[in-house]
Design a protein around this ligand. Structure first.
Ligand code: 6R9
Length: 651
């Protein structure tokens, strides 16, 4: 445990920065009188009808419900654009920085006024193509302004977007299209990342050959690289052509607060990825409030969150939160190490970025390159740093603080999940002195607690499983198409509580230290993968009989993927086959799911009832064979001995 405590540097606070006493007062009100507190917070949103019912929640199965602002009406695109036009029409809303710093169109400033026109034109075009309230639209796009425009255009007409990360394979894309029954897909000819081209349109073509995807009537294609792509008429249309000539205004759909805003697929411990569904009023109130408070947002900030819009961080803290707050939000198409490892800092200097929010995996990768690429750039504009996605090790925190932030910028370590919609635990930069490695204290309205394996609440400093005792407006409402799965996944382990799947320690000051997932979810570079997904991909290979996948420590990625594979009888275990299987998983799911290690397993350790004992495999993968723990329930202890021997031989 790190003992260091960093209070906000002198001179950090601005006139509206939240102080410790204000945080404490507001936090108390938020948990003691949630209705009054959230009715007050809802005033930050422009409602077409202000809600009179604020909160109606039960986490118990018999009368389960989560409803916020339920009779309120609003439109999220109006809140992110129209209401800013009078005062901030000329302010830059989206600041685009391309993959290649030397490209002729390397940056673009999209003002709120221009954004309004782009969103309205696309919204009109979508309506013209028969997309309406409640219809699903899949977005498979690079990090270009059109991605944000497409999200907002859906919100304007009440269509529900499902953004699929551009790094996912055609199969993964097909599964996500089929699950929510999308009518329309928006993609680009190609994406550019780190100088490499990703064939997005070709991937969509592949995906739409898969069963279950004939719900798709139209594919809109943005020209990004200009590469020739086959267009299949009448299904495929150029984005530019369909928006050209559309009116610059578009009547926004009146949405109920509890109408769906978007679906975002995320991995869980079992089964296929879940379509996490977020609704309208609670989500936007929560995303915008957390964005303002946690990042201490000011009028002239240039705010940069490096996440891709394919992840929840890109939804809440690249697009919705910042735009609802009339901020300038930077969208970066590229990667941290292209054309060199100083790219982040070059972009910070170029655009005078004041708030910078990234993931520990990126920080660790850059730390490994030493201080020189950072020091080459001034970084003078920076005043606040943030991290998200996984626990940050104190060494990386200190490097981020001292080298990147010149010991001048507080760091907000923000803990949250796709399911939570927005940040739940984080220091407020001035109110909470930061401890490297700890996400600090709960945000307004958030009631974290720790429980032991039996669900008993633990008091004071303790180590346990992290649960949430009450709802907050940004909470997901259901798993699309499977409400029972929502209840089973999150509210059954500890009845009456939301279970996060994370382990956590609370220290003597009430700070929370997330220790990582306690379920079968692996966090690779801040991206969630279910072990079951990788296992299914492996087992789908004709030569594989069985597979078990666990996480293992990885210096840069946080966790790597370690696969144990049993081949069909008589199948020779060759290095070629090993490489083939790694490539197979890459193709089935996407590059982020490539196993880092693949060990042949003549057998897998199982209980007598046939359950794979992952706990044991995890220890083998960690190379800690002396910590296997209780092995008395193993059906065949010989299996473990041979796996340990093999592991030792390899290293
Ligand atoms: C926002 C996001 C959620 C899981 C979560 C936890 C891990 C996220 C963290 C963190 C420690 C932080 N996680 N932020 N762990 N400190 N600041 O990442 O959502 O992709 O759904 O992942 O990520 O394990 O449960 P998502």
């Amino acid at each position: 445990m790190s003992q260091a405590i960093h209070p906000a540097p002198k001179g950090f606070a601005g006139p509206n920065t939240i102080t410790k006493s204000r945080y404490e007062d507001d936090y108390s009100e938020s948990v003691e009188h949630p209705e009054a507190f959230w009715a007050r917070m809802a005033q930050r949103i422009d409602w077409m009808r202000f809600p009179t019912k604020i909160k109606d929640v039960s986490f118990r199965e018999e009368d389960f419900r989560i409803r916020w602002f339920e009779d309120g009406e609003l439109n999220v695109s109006v809140n992110c654009i129209d209401r800013h036009l009078e005062k901030h029409g000329d302010k830059t809303a989206l600041l685009f920085e391309a993959d290649d710093p030397d490209a002729p169109d390397e940056s673009r400033h999209v003002s709120y006024h221009a954004l309004h026109g782009m969103v309205c034109r696309l919204a009109n075009a979508l309506r013209g193509l028969g997309v309406g309230k409640g219809d699903r639209v899949t977005l498979y796009l690079p990090m270009i302004p059109e991605a944000a425009v497409a999200m907002l255009a859906c919100a304007r007409i009440g269509a529900v977007h499902s953004v699929v990360f551009g790094g996912f394979s055609p199969d993964a894309l097909a599964g996500r299209i089929a699950d929510c029954g999308s009518k329309l897909v928006i993609t680009a000819d190609e994406a550019l990342r780190g100088g490499r081209r990703v064939p997005l349109k070709a991937n969509v073509d592949e995906a739409l050959k898969r069963p279950g995807t004939n719900c798709v009537e139209t594919v809109l294609v943005v020209k990004r690289t200009g590469a020739p792509v086959p267009m299949q008429m009448p299904r495929d249309r150029w984005y530019e052509t369909v928006v050209a000539g559309q009116p610059e205004t578009c009547e926004p759909e009146r949405m109920n607060a509890e109408d769906p805003l978007f679906i975002l697929y995320t991995s869980g411990s079992t089964g296929k990825p879940k379509g996490v569904l977020h609704t309208t009023g609670g989500y936007i109130t929560y995303a915008s409030l957390t964005h303002e408070c946690v990042f201490d947002l000011r009028e002239d900030d240039v705010y940069w969150c490096t996440a891709d819009v394919g992840w929840v961080t890109g939804h809440s803290y690249v697009v919705y939160g910042p735009l609802a707050n009339a901020a300038t939000t930077l969208m970066f198409e590229g990667v941290p190490n292209y054309p060199d490892t100083g790219r982040f800092w070059q972009v910070c200097d170029k655009h005078k970025v004041t708030i910078f929010y990234t993931a520990p995996t990126a920080i660790r990768a850059l730390m490994r390159e030493g201080d020189a690429p950072v020091r080459k750039h001034s970084r003078h504009s920076l005043r606040l740093l943030g991290t998200v996605g996984e626990p940050i090790n104190p060494e990386a925190w200190e490097w981020y603080y001292k080298v990147v932030g010149d010991s001048r910028c507080p760091i907000v370590d923000t803990w949250w999940q796709t399911e939570t919609g927005g940040i739940l635990i984080a220091p407020l930069p001035q109110a909470t002195p930061q401890k490297p490695g700890s996400a600090g204290e709960p945000f307004y309205g958030v009631r974290p607690a720790l429980v032991d394996a039996e669900g008993r609440l633990l008091d004071g400093p303790a180590d346990g499983n992290l649960v949430l005792l009450d709802s907050w407006p940004g909470q997901m409402r259901t798993v699309f198409g499977d409400h029972q799965r929502f209840i089973d996944t999150y509210f059954k382990t500890y009845p009456g509580m939301y279970f996060t799947g994370d382990g956590c320690r609370r220290d003597e000051d009430g700070y929370y230290w997330i220790t990582g997932r306690v379920d079968d979810v692996i966090n690779v570079s801040g991206h969630r993968l279910g072990t079951a997904e990788v296992e299914s991909a492996l087992v789908a290979h004709p030569k594989v009989a069985e597979a078990a996948v666990v996480g293992c420590p990885h210096e840069i990625k946080g966790q790597g993927i370690y696969a144990f594979v049993t081949l069909n009888a008589g199948e020779p275990a060759t290095d070629d086959l090993r490489a083939e299987l790694v490539g197979w998983v890459r193709k089935e799911i996407g590059p982020i799911a490539s196993p880092d290690h693949l060990q042949w397993a003549p057998g897998l350790p199982k209980t007598r009832s046939g359950k794979i004992m992952r706990r044991i495999l995890r220890k083998i993968a960690e190379d800690a064979p002396d910590q296997l723990g209780d092995t008395s329930t193993l059906a065949d202890p010989g299996v473990v001995e041979s796996l340990v021997r093999e592991r030792l031989n390899r290293t």
